[in-house]
Write a protein that binds this ligand. Structure first.
Ligand code: DGJ
Length: 733
């Protein structure tokens, strides 16, 4: 068992291969957090707890005459509001009498092999040879009987601990839940930096590293999706921590809607870190006997720097979040017609693209937005998921076999969660769009959001999407979502239930995705929200890949993919080669460079193949051959960030290494040309010291040790945006 309970010390210890997490039921039956860090065996860490009299830090009733005991001073496992811990609470409730105080007292716990389950929410699962154990700790308020169950699972090999929370109303009166975090963690301050990933549409997940200060740092989303602006993943790293050394831990929410991440540096220099559902608009009224489940958080610690932490999250997502047929199966190289044609296409144009695609080694044609209703621009037809007869006069059932006959797979775009005001669906069911009665709704991209909290809406969407998928053997679905949610309200929910709306929307989406992905197991789903506006572990439970960004500019993609890489593996990131001048930035980069950048993701194209020169076609043939040859390394290789975009070095360099460490790919992109540049060496990573390697373009055989300590010279090129990828192979002799 990786989870142990010491009856004598009243200490619960969770172990993974390299980490330990510990908590203690103290003499007043309160659950204190003791430790999270490098693995310690046979150790009760409560020796570090300090009991001291602190003014203005009150004492709970049981400790009335003991001024050295205050919840405000001690590290809490799941802090509450109104009972003397004045730091940021993990849970806030209000009872029918209007009071807020919640006192969570240890009641019981159980430890069992296997993974706990979360009904209707995405969650990690047990698989392969991983050892998973679980712990449930029940805490109960002695007055109101409100019950909070803290759930933990250990993924021993992955060095990850998962957490979730259930709240059950054991009383006879209603309780309103106003805040429920999925995880809260109190640690000593180690001069932490917060590393988080902010951004905007077309520029998602930009790396930012800031020192914690006594101002509470908080970020999250109020958009109904996890958002382009912030990602539900962050890291706390000690100030000296680098890619390859130092302590850090990360938290990732397995959820796709509003979220809130908080770090608070307290008056006594301890740090509280929390992650969970967003609080605004959240007011979940629990009826007697009802249970609320907060989404799962993944927690991982590394004492060996950020790269190791990254590998731990990559491992967990690849093997214990992503599911289905395409989890390990090779994904096809696709061409998507969006940037090639936008809305202006028809059957002939698609067939012409397909003809070119086959010759170039591309394996799938994806028909993007515009194939349905009267959709010739973004102002109409969302909801009318019926073929546009002018563009596809012979229907999808005629188009798909033709594409298949050419030897290509076929993919299709949907935006099921949306409804256009100009649509037949809106005329029939105006009540289906999310709106507050008697209030004008906010439009965004001319569209409204359909109310996925409603079972009739979900049933309709299931029907129309599955009808299309049954009409023809479609191989791939791109599931898009192109606006943020406003006017949050459902006609089907009572006034009292409106505070559940945001959460129920996301659960409705999950239910729909679960049904469709279960009923169409052969279809590869890729999710998208204007690119990477919903790039999170929740969506990855249903769709093994996500369109990383609408920004296809190779140079901007360097920072987007770099930021994304901290938490999410390459096998989840859609990356395409597009035309120049780039449609988002106007930048012109060489075709080779665009491919070098897109190789680090699920590879594809997003340009008009019928307009390519002979030279470009030759290059694309080489690129698709390269991806096929190195697919496993590109998708499943261990990822190392060697020179990051934020260094201003003039280069961005990253590396992939095979599991056996006998092969590697080194990617070098020059993002800023400099005059008279100094000599530069880059130290490789992940190779075997004693192995000898042949590095492409280098005559000499070089040992792994030399490549990782002395490094490899970066051969100077003069132009901006030049790029190269070098294949490195262990020599056989
Ligand atoms: C946003 C997506 O990110 C694009 O790739 C494209 O599918 C458009 N939507 C279509 O409207």
């Amino acid at each position: 068992m990786s989870i142990l309970y010491s009856e004598q010390e009243k200490v619960v210890t969770l172990h993974t291969a390299s980490t330990t997490y510990q908590m203690k039921i103290d003499k007043y039956q309160r659950l204190l957090h003791l430790y999270y860090g490098v693995r310690i065996d046979d150790m009760d860490s409560s020796y570090y707890l300090q009991y001291s009299d602190r003014a203005f830090s009150g004492n709970i009733a049981e400790a009335r005459y003991n001024r050295t005991y205050s919840l405000d001073v001690l590290p809490q496992e799941f802090p509450t509001y109104g009972m003397s811990d004045f730091r940021i609470p993990a849970i806030v409730v209000q009872y029918e009498d209007g009071s807020y105080a919640l006192d969570l007292v240890y009641h019981s716990h159980k430890i069992y092999p296997g993974k706990y389950l979360l009904d209707g929410l995405p969650h990690t699962y047990e698989a392969r040879d991983e050892v998973v154990d679980s712990l449930e700790i029940v805490l109960i308020d002695p007055v109101t009987k409100l019950e909070v169950t803290l759930l933990y699972s250990t993924f021993e090999k992955a060095d990850v601990i998962t957490r979730a929370v259930k709240v059950t109303n054991n009383g006879s009166q209603k309780v309103s839940l106003q805040k429920v975090m999925s995880a809260s963690l109190d640690t000593m301050n180690r001069e932490y930096d917060l590393i988080h990933f902010h951004g905007r549409h077309n520029m998602e997940r930009q790396f930012e590293r800031v020192r914690l200060s006594h101002q509470t740092a908080q970020f999250g989303s109020r958009r109904g999706t996890s958002s382009h602006q912030h990602n539900p993943f962050f890291i706390l790293a000690e100030k000296e921590t680098t890619e390859s050394a130092g302590a850090c831990f990360g938290m990732m929410l397995v959820y796709s809607g509003d979220f809130q991440a908080t770090t608070e540096l307290s008056q006594f220099e301890t740090v509280r870190t929390q992650l969970g559902l967003g609080s605004e608009g959240f007011n979940y009224v629990l009826e007697a006997s009802e249970t609320f489940t907060a989404p799962e958080v993944l927690l991982s610690y590394s004492s060996k720097g950020l790269t190791t932490l990254t590998h731990q999250f990559h491992h967990l997502i690849r093997h214990h979040i992503v599911r289905g047929k395409y989890q390990y199966k090779r994904r096809p190289i696709l061409v998507n017609n969006w940037e090639a044609t936008y809305f202006d296409f028809d059957e002939n144009k698609l067939l012409a693209l397909a003809d070119e695609a086959v010759d170039l080694g591309i394996e799938m044609l994806v028909m993007d937005d515009g194939w349905f209703g009267k959709r010739d621009n973004d102002q109409t037809s969302l909801g009318d998921w019926f073929v546009n007869q002018e563009k596809l006069p012979n229907g999808i059932n005629h188009l798909v076999p033709q594409i298949h006959d050419k030897g290509l797979k076929f993919g299709i775009w949907f935006e099921p969660e949306m409804i256009s005001e100009k649509s037949d669906l809106f005329k029939q069911h105006p009540e289906w769009h999310i709106h507050v009665p008697n209030r004008e709704s906010v439009t965004s991209r001319h569209q409204y959001v359909s109310d996925l909290t409603r079972s009739d809406v979900r049933a309709y969407l299931y029907q129309v999407v599955s009808d299309i998928l049954k009409k023809a053997p479609i191989n791939y679905v791109k599931w898009d979502m192109n606006r943020s949610i406003t006017n949050n309200y459902s006609l089907k929910l009572s006034p009292e239930e409106q505070g559940k709306f945001n959460y129920l929307y996301v659960k409705g989406l999950y239910e729909l995705l679960e049904r469709l992905t279960t009923d169409f197991p052969d279809v590869l789903f890729e999710s998208c929200s204007g690119g990477g506006g919903r790039f999170d572990a929740g969506m990855l439970y249903y769709t093994p890949q996500i369109w990383t960004s609408d920004n296809t500019d190779a140079i901007e993609r360097l920072t987007i993919q770099h930021g994304t890489s901290f938490g999410y593996p390459l096998s989840t990131q859609g990356a395409h080669v597009s035309a120049v001048p780039n449609h988002q930035t106007g930048r012109v980069t060489p075709l080779d460079t665009r491919a070098v950048v897109a190789y680090s993701g699920i590879f594809g194209y997003e340009l008009d193949l019928t307009k390519l020169s002979i030279d470009e076609k030759e290059k694309i043939k080489e690129q698709t051959a390269f991806v096929k040859q190195h697919y496993d390394l590109l998708t499943n290789g261990t990822y190392y960030r060697l020179i990051s975009p934020e260094t201003q070095a003039g280069y961005v360099i990253w590396q992939l290494v095979s599991e056996e460490r006998d092969e590697s790919l080194l990617f070098i992109v020059k993002n800023k040309a400099q005059a008279n540049t100094p000599f530069k060496m880059v130290r490789l990573k992940g190779l075997l010291e004693d192995n000898e390697y042949q590095v492409e373009t280098y005559e000499k055989i070089i040992t792994g040790r030399a490549l990782m300590t002395q490094g490899l010279p970066i051969v100077e090129t003069y132009r901006d945006y030049d790029a190269t990828v070098l294949y490195i192979q262990k020599t056989t002799c």
